[in-house]
Design a protein around this ligand. Structure first.
Ligand SMILES: [Zn+2]
Length: 111
């Protein structure tokens, strides 16, 4: 979530409209309220006691949000592979250049 989408934490924290619980850290509040305005509060999701399920939901929501801005794990792997490929190409080019230079020097000394 972009920093401009939120406001600073009030001194008392954030209190849930539904259950009245108060959250004094961004992470705890985000886990309870979700990552965006369309998210259901954790207390409204009947699996509230199933923290593992809730965390999986929040993780999926975060992954979906990253897909929307083309920053998914798959995108990151793709860009990392592109960077590795470019670096390997550059190394191969430099090796070839060095070999060519070495050969030219050898030819130069022999002639
Ligand atoms: Zn609540």
């Amino acid at each position: 979530m972009a920093k401009t989408d939120t406001y600073e934490m009030p001194p008392h924290g954030w209190t849930c409209f539904f259950c009245g619980d108060t959250f004094t850290t961004v992470g705890a509040a985000q886990d309870h309220f979700g990552g965006d305005l369309m998210s259901a509060a954790a207390c409204q999701i009947k699996a509230g006691e199933e923290m593992g399920l809730l965390m999986a939901l929040r993780k999926a929501e975060a992954e979906l949000a990253r897909y929307r801005v083309e920053d998914s794990d798959a995108d990151r792997r793709y860009y990392a592979m592109q960077a590795e490929h470019a670096a390997a190409l550059q190394r191969a080019e430099e090796d070839g250049y060095a070999r060519g230079l070495r050969d030219a020097i050898c030819v130069g000394f022999d002639a």
